[in-house]
Design a protein around this ligand. Structure first.
Ligand code: TXA
Ligand code: MG
Length: 345
């Protein structure tokens, strides 16, 4: 199959809708990362998504809604009528935006989307191109990140092509994603709202809006079998180059958000030092993270070493992605580096 890339326009959105309605897939930009879209209520399209990504069918998908109105989503059977009050409050405050809510599944949502669960992930994205596409489509669009399973999420059209060339007919090119890491995922189906994946919308912001405690430590979810939220598997988003996290700030340069691209594990050889944000801005670090990891990967270095990520509201989200991409930790020892493989519990 030949994969075409078209800039977002009225015409390319119409073309995308035509392809989607035929049951085929289209990659689309969002504010977080690029998604791999298929009609969310059609099982055949959903199966094609899993196949193109090489994703196990046990890992559920997010539905991107055509409207932020949860009542409408319930009426059309996407979510159940039992919409928790918190969900209404959060949708009013954070949609459109990078927040995904796990809610009780409605009868119109196929079990293929939810990997057999009776809950469904929904989000109403902020990117004008995504909203343009959804408005034209007028139905939910299933959209996991447009990468092959276990690989780094794409944040521009070129990265999508690298991942899915020949597997899908169309990529809508909406430029570089502004957030750069995937949406915050919060489950609202248990007694206490629980963050399953940290993102740009933080647990503290959510707790403040709903006025109650939010569970934000998702580390206990990692490597559970069966996975509570399968995308929270400890090993995920991995570059091909082994990535290590330094126990202490690396002393080469005095800049936060730096990381080192080793030309060799031999520390006497001069390493490449790269910096996620020259200005020390966490939102710029998040936006650049996947693109720079992808670039670094293509250089074929034997290892990547990350500084500890400094504290900021975005730190849990950035640390989550880097930790899950990592092979282990590194310590300075006797003028060299001691690499320790991560133990997976
Ligand atoms: O920013 C984003 O959310 C991007 C853009 C394209 O919207 N999408 C994205 O999708 O990151 P994906 O499939 O790569 O990640 C969805 C996450 C996974 O961790 C999945 O396990 C979790 O949401 N998830 C989906 N449905 C769930 C459910 N019913 N219960 C628990 N976790 C769920
Ligand atoms: Mg993903």
């Amino acid at each position: 199959m030949k994969t075409r890339t078209l800039p977002v326009s009225k015409d390319s959105i119409l073309e995308a809708c035509k392809i989607l309605r035929q049951g085929d897939l289209v990659a689309f930009p969002t504010e977080t990362v690029y998604g791999l879209g298929g009609l969310g209520l059609r099982s055949e399209s959903i199966r094609k998504i899993f196949e193109a990504k090489g994703r196990p069918s046990t890992d559920p998908l997010i539905l991107h809604l055509p409207s932020p109105d949860l009542k409408q989503a319930a009426e059309s059977g996407v979510i159940s009528d039992l919409v928790p009050d918190f969900a209404r409050v959060l949708s009013k405050r954070f949609w459109p935006g990078p927040l995904t809510m796990i809610l009780p599944r409605g009868s119109a949502t196929p079990l293929e989307v939810t990997a057999g669960l009776n809950t469904v992930a929904v989000r109403y994205p902020a990117h004008p191109a995504t909203r343009g596409l959804l408005t034209e489509l007028q139905e939910p669009l299933a959209g996991p990140s447009a990468n092959r399973f276990g690989r780094i999420s794409p944040t521009d059209a070129q990265a999508v092509l690298q991942e899915l060339d020949g597997k899908i007919p169309l990529i809508l090119d909406g430029g570089e994603c502004s957030t750069g890491i995937e949406s915050t995922v919060i489950s609202l189906t248990g007694a206490t709202p629980t963050i399953l994946r940290p993102g740009a919308i933080t647990a503290a912001e959510i707790a403040q809006v709903i006025g109650c405690n939010v569970i934000s430590d998702n580390s206990s979810l990692h490597d559970k079998t069966p996975a509570i939220s399968p995308g929270t598997l400890a090993s995920h988003y991995a570059p091909q180059t082994p990535l290590y996290i330094s126990g202490h700030p690396i002393e080469y340069f005095d800049s936060p958000y730096q990381y080192i691209l080793f030309t060799s594990k031999n520390p006497t050889l001069l390493p490449h030092v790269r910096i996620l944000t020259q200005e020390g801005k966490p939102e710029v670090a998040a936006q650049n993270l996947y693109r720079i990891l992808r670039e670094s990967d293509s250089l074929g270095a034997p290892a990547i070493l990350f500084d500890p990520i400094p504290d900021s509201p975005l730190a849990p989200a950035i640390r989550d992605r880097i930790t899950r991409a990592s092979s282990g930790t590194a310590e300075r020892r006797n003028g060299g580096w001691l690499f320790t493989a991560r133990t997976k519990n």
